[in-house]
Design a protein around this ligand. Structure first.
Ligand code: DX5
Ligand code: ZN
Length: 221
């Protein structure tokens, strides 16, 4: 089954708790929380205190996606605040092996995100330490961007790489996911979808939007 992770970045900032709860009530599998630092990516978003505040409000697992330089300095804070999956970017992690080991040691599942320009073979040496690979289907930094179609083939190649190495892990995609692009990604091998705008865009209820995504990925072909 495909996991759906609504991205709270696209929610109404004055109603974060309520909108996280709406995702939980609608049967979302996790809440995706985007942390941006204004350095690795141009935008600034939330700190660990927001993750902690949300943690008091819902019991959904939290996937915290760190789009920050030197993420290794913030692992403890975000895991203590409630991250169950903690994802760092390969591009800002020269000591990725150590960082992933540390995330697991702190009791969370270890994720690696790859920008659209980052090749998947950079993961080969850390597959045994990785629980989750997040393929960015936009250049990170903003919600509401257009899906980059070349990344579908990257998902397919990642799936094949994992098969060659006999490794199982979550393959997530993040950015520009709607009913159509969700289906393409799932057909290529994605097992998790981070979705901001298509869940919280106000066009339908959170519940209806999540149900529509689920229906779209069930119609696989
Ligand atoms: C982008 C973030 C995404 C973002 C997705 O840098 O990592 O998680 O919230 O938003 P949409 O679904 O609007 O592209
Ligand atoms: Zn994200």
């Amino acid at each position: 089954m495909v996991s759906i992770e609504p991205s709270i970045l696209a929610a109404d900032p004055l109603r974060l708790g309520e909108q996280a709860k709406a995702a939980e009530d609608a049967g979302a599998d996790a809440l995706h929380i985007d942390i941006m630092d204004g350095r690795f990516v141009p935008n600034l978003t939330f700190g660990a205190h927001i993750v902690r505040a949300l943690r008091q409000h819902v019991s959904l697992p939290f996937h915290v996606h760190l789009m920050i330089v030197e993420p290794e300095h913030h692992l403890e804070d975000f895991i203590a605040a409630g991250a169950k999956i903690l994802t760092v970017h390969q591009e800002v992690s020269p000591h990725l092996h150590r960082t992933l080991g540390k995330i697991r040691q702190l009791g969370a599942r270890a994720g690696v995100a790859l920008n659209p320009s980052t090749p998947i073979n950079t993961l080969e040496e850390v597959l045994d330490l990785t629980d989750y690979v997040l393929i960015m289907t936009v250049n990170p930094g903003f919600g509401g961007q257009a899906f980059i179609r070349s990344q579908v083939d990257k998902v397919r190649r990642l799936r094949a790489l994992l098969e060659v190495h006999d490794r199982q892990m979550v393959i997530g995609v993040d950015g520009g996911i709607d009913q159509e692009t969700a289906r393409l990604c799932v057909q290529a091998g994605a097992t998790a979808l981070a979705v901001g705008t298509s869940v919280y865009d106000g066009k339908g209820t959170v519940e209806a939007n999540i149900a529509a995504l689920r229906a779209a990925v069930r119609r696989r072909s």
